[in-house]
Design a protein around this ligand. Structure first.
Ligand SMILES: Cc1ncc(C[n+]2csc(CCOP(=O)(O)OP(=O)(O)O)c2C)c(N)n1
Length: 515
């Protein structure tokens, strides 16, 4: 077999089942090998930001890496923003990036670039394969690195001659590193401060936001009286009925300071000590009050479930029923003018069981989560690196990872325009995604940010840099052109009807909600 085939067989042998790709000439042998070898679902993205964002969404729901296949430095470069988001989310991805054949590099042909240099900031591990004979072993190492808990970005650069040259056999990856165990002393220290009788908060992040870890956090809160709070953004949190309720730290500095006010003890479990998203003149970067002590129970890379189980044990909460737990309480369908609260209420009224909500609702959706606690159980995914243009690709990947679950993408119109090509992939793969585009025809959040940084009142030129009108984007035409059926809603009554239509069918559907 050739190197390309040894690489594809190595991926499949080690459980990598989906390849998100946008290939070129230097990857043609990989395309041929993917054609020949059974076991890989190959998904074309029409922009590399779709490819990498989909791999992020896939990892979050599948819990294992997909691979990408990208075209040299520029292809990888196009995918970097969503690799940045994936890295912050601690998603595991195996990037395979094509490169000129080794003997061709010295000629400085047009696509020649410093691929390692482009890869490094958004990767945890980078390697350029040296020969076709060692490509499979390099790939096995990349897979292991990507799977090291909780998830890493591994980028393997494969010169064309390593693909077309001779190779022996696929290689089995070494076992990935498990999550790190949390020391007994860290658990005891957290137990001490939570049982001191002072106002305390347990701040959760990463894997502490789901499964047994979340349940233990609920037991600890019920027993000790501490408040539960999560970071503003979370890679994947379990929400809705039957789940322990955790308040999200607000985005705005004043609101975040308010939420943390009064806490004397802050215990971190998978979360960082809270800082503001941006710096603003005269406002603090660190949001923890100066009278509040911070105790780190566990980092995002640690075994959060075991840490919280041990903490529950230590505070005597192992058998305490978790609280607060959300009850199933669907609101009735709202009507009338479109409001932010109305959108969340309509969604809570109709959201299918076990849906996956992919949230890039930016300014419109600040309060969505709080209004949806009574909806049936669902997973909620946030963009983790603040780089917009993530949700449509991530929804694509999530839908491929969980084909039996409805995916609902809440998408700002500004954010959506970065990677709207994802709609075409949703159509081609017939993915069960309902996209709601929040069409305020504006970079609305930036109007507030302009004020918050003290840049003064906007003149016409500034306004023109923050608005999306003249012309208005027509999302029904855009979606239609990419093969996705779409409709426009201008009232909550109609939004309810559109949700009913979208949720009673399978396949992609887009609602342009005019705000
Ligand atoms: C890659 C990238 N470019 C630019 C920004 C700056 N930015 C943050 S939010 C935003 C506008 C978002 O607009 P939209 O999705 O319509 O949400 P809205 O502000 O209207 O709620 C921009 C341009 C960013 N975060 N990431």
């Amino acid at each position: 077999m050739n190197g390309a085939e040894s690489l594809v067989r190595t991926l499949v042998m080690n459980g990598v089942e989906v390849c998100f790709t946008n290939p070129g000439t230097s990857e043609m042998h990989f395309v041929a090998a993917l054609d020949k070898v059974e076991g890989m679902h190959c998904v074309l993205g029409l922009f590399e930001g779709v490819v990498t964002g989909a791999a992020d969404g896939y990892y979050r729901m599948a819990g294992k890496p997909a691979c990408t296949l990208l075209h040299l430095g520029p292809g990888l470069g196009n995918g970097l923003a969503n690799l940045h988001n994936a890295k912050k989310a601690r998603s595991g991805i195996v990037n395979i990036v094509g490169e000129h054949a080794t003997h061709h590099l010295k000629h400085d042909a047009p696509l020649t670039a410093d691929i390692e240099g482009i890869a490094r900031p958004m990767s945890h591990w980078v390697k350029t394969a040296a020969s076709s004979g060692s490509l499979a072993a390099d790939c096995a190492q990349a897979i292991q690195k990507a799977k090291d808990a909780p998830g890493h970005i591994a980028t393997l650069i494969a010169p064309a001659d390593t693909a077309w040259g001779e190779a022996d056999a696929p290689v089995e990856a070494a076992p990935a590193a498990p999550r790190k165990a949390v020391a007994r002393e860290a658990v005891s220290a957290a137990a001490r401060v939570l049982t001191r009788g002072e106002p305390a908060m347990l701040m959760l992040g990463g894997a502490a936001m789901r499964g047994k870890a979340l349940e233990y956090a609920g037991r600890i809160a019920a027993k000790t009286g501490c408040r539960l709070m999560s970071e503003y953004n979370n890679a994947r949190m379990e929400c809705g009925a039957g789940r322990v309720r955790v308040d999200r730290l607000p985005y705005a500095v004043e609101a975040a300071l308010d939420a943390l006010k009064g806490a004397r003890q802050l215990v971190l479990a998978g979360a960082k000590a809270p800082v503001s998203f941006f710096a603003y003149p005269g406002k603090p970067s660190v949001l923890v009050p100066e009278y509040c002590a911070v105790t780190r129970l566990a980092g995002v890379e640690d075994d959060l479930e075991a840490a919280l189980a041990n903490l529950a044990d230590e505070v005597g909460a192992s058998r305490t029923p978790p609280a607060p737990v959300n009850e199933l309480r669907r609101p009735s369908l709202p009507g009338g003018k479109v409001t932010s609260d109305g959108i969340a209420t309509a969604l809570a009224a109709l959201l299918p069981d076990n849906a996956i909500v992919v949230d890039e609702s930016v300014s419109v959706g600040r309060n969505f989560g709080a209004l949806m606690t009574g909806a049936p159980p669902h997973d909620w995914l946030n963009v983790m690196g603040g780089s917009i243009g993530w949700a449509l690709p991530a929804a694509t990947g999530a839908a491929l990872a969980a084909p039996d679950r409805k995916v609902v993408a809440l998408e700002g119109d500004g954010s959506g325009m970065y990677t709207l090509q994802a709609l075409w992939t949703m159509a081609r793969e017939n993915l069960d995604v309902t996209v709601i585009v929040l069409a305020n025809r504006s970079y609305q959040i930036l109007h507030g940010e302009l004020r918050s940084v003290g840049a003064g009142a906007p003149g016409q030129r500034a306004k023109d840099m923050l608005t999306l009108d003249r012309p208005n984007l027509d999302w029904t035409l855009l979606a239609g052109g990419l093969g996705v059926e779409a409709a426009r809603s201008t009232t909550l009554d109609d939004l309810g009807r559109q949700f009913q239509r979208a949720f009673s069918r399978r396949g992609p559907y887009l609602i342009e909600l005019v705000l």
